[in-house]
Design a protein around this ligand. Structure first.
Ligand SMILES: Cc1ncc(COP(=O)(O)O)c(C=O)c1O
Length: 398
């Protein structure tokens, strides 16, 4: 007899990160010998710096092959705590640090700790799609915080505070942001944190995975620099974007003391611990020379200027200069083509991969996200192809 499986209803609520679907579509085209200019995935195109790779190699040779404590190797957690003091301006005890496989587990753990039917969780929209997906999985109500182009996609504290109700459990922030490159000004963060005084039932998850990728002299404002909310602020950071380590699966969370044991328990349930040798490489990344980060950031900065100029020369496109991360979020409403359709056509007809703004929430309609973690030549040629495609008579609104 044919199986008749009964899946949990939550399965139908789980979203996805479309980038991984586009990865498969691109791979299928490439397998047919097509050359695709890839601007869809949020991964640095650099190799992990050699001194970090060497630390991983040495760890394997030295026998780091087994489980580590669930929260991570004590020495690594100490280095993370020091790093937080240096780059996030906050005092962190190593006991608050949980090393996890990538940036994502900290999102899931935080949302699982607070989400359930009847609860509300505020999240940025357009924003990293896993926030809304995880919230829906738990049965909680996702409450979008709209980010607008005319404000450089930064949130306004008064608008955010107005979203808070007695049912709000968690607010998710992300600066610098994916997919917009938006950066929250310090004055807005100050106002938001001050406003939280009136809402002692609300926790904050601050996703700062792009904190080292800021341009034009912007200074990072970390949630850890607000000691007055240390008992309800969760920091997410990781190695993927800063050190070109997306495949190593290394991230960390800094948890308020009262939440550490719950998050640790989720880690034990899901992962046991994070790869031991990868932790050793990650430790070297944080305490070793940081010039590699500066070098990669300088390259992204140069590409940022190129891509924005190029995108603005495409008929129907408009793009402001992002202040952080490595994404350009172009307004494409002027083409008259819905974003998902435009994403599909750029891949099929111009062999340029990018992501529809709707991959980042309903409020991303009318936008495309281009990752500029790609060479300047690739960026120029991709934009030339798009310009050519959309310049054809009647091509734009077909
Ligand atoms: C805002 C944001 N948070 C978290 C992550 C997840 O990072 P990781 O690949 O290390 O899990 C990403 C990855 O794109 C991201 O853009």
């Amino acid at each position: 007899m044919e199986a008749r499986l009964q899946l949990a209803s939550a399965v139908s609520r789980l979203g996805t990160e479309t980038a991984f679907e586009v990865v498969n579509r691109v791979a299928a085209l490439e397998a047919r010998g097509e050359q695709v200019l890839k601007l869809h995935i949020g991964a640095p195109d650099f190799r992990t710096p050699e001194h970090i790779v060497e630390a991983g190699r040495k760890a394997l040779a030295d026998g780091f092959h087994g489980y580590t404590p669930a929260k991570g190797l004590p020495a690594v957690r100490e280095v993370v705590a020091d790093y937080c003091a240096r780059f996030h301006g906050g005092r962190v005890h190593p006991e608050q640090v949980i090393i996890v496989p990538g940036g994502k587990p900290t999102i899931f753990y935080a949302v699982l700790l607070f989400g359930e039917p009847g609860a509300e969780i505020v999240y940025p929209n357009p924003g990293f799609p896993i926030y809304e997906s995880a919230i829906r999985w738990t049965g909680a109500t996702p409450v979008p915080l709209e980010l607008r182009e005319e404000r450089g996609f930064a949130f306004r504290a008064d608008e955010l505070l107005a979203k808070i109700t007695p049912r709000t459990r968690l607010v998710i922030l992300n600066s610098p942001a994916n997919p917009t490159g938006g950066v929250t000004p310090k004055a807005e963060m100050d106002r938001f944190v001050k406003g939280l005084e009136r809402h002692p039932h609300v926790a904050v998850l601050s996703d700062e995975i792009y904190s080292r990728l800021l341009y034009d002299g912007e200074q990072h404002v970390s949630i850890l620099s607000y000691p007055e909310i240390a008992d309800r602020a969760i920091l997410l950071d990781g190695w993927s974007k800063t050190y070109a380590m997306t495949g190593w699966r290394m991230g960390f969370g800094v948890w308020p003391t009262s939440l550490v044991e719950h998050a640790e328990r989720l880690q034990i349930n899901c992962n046991s611990c994070t790869n031991a040798a990868a932790q050793m490489a990650g430790m070297e990344a944080l305490r070793g020379p940081q010039e590699c980060v500066d070098r990669m950031r300088a390259a992204f900065d140069a590409r940022r200027k190129v891509i924005v100029q190029e995108l603005n020369s495409i008929p129907g496109f408009r793009c402001g200069l992002p202040k952080g991360a490595f994404y350009a979020f172009a307004n494409t409403a002027g083409t008259g083509v819905p974003s998902r359709e435009l994403e599909r056509r750029l891949l099929q007809e111009a062999r340029v991969s990018c992501l529809s703004g709707t991959s980042f929430g309903a409020l991303g309609e009318g936008f495309l996200r281009f990752s500029y973690a790609s060479s300047e030549d690739t960026i120029r040629e991709a934009c030339r192809r798009v310009r050519e495609l959309l310049s054809k008579p009647a091509a734009a609104s077909r």
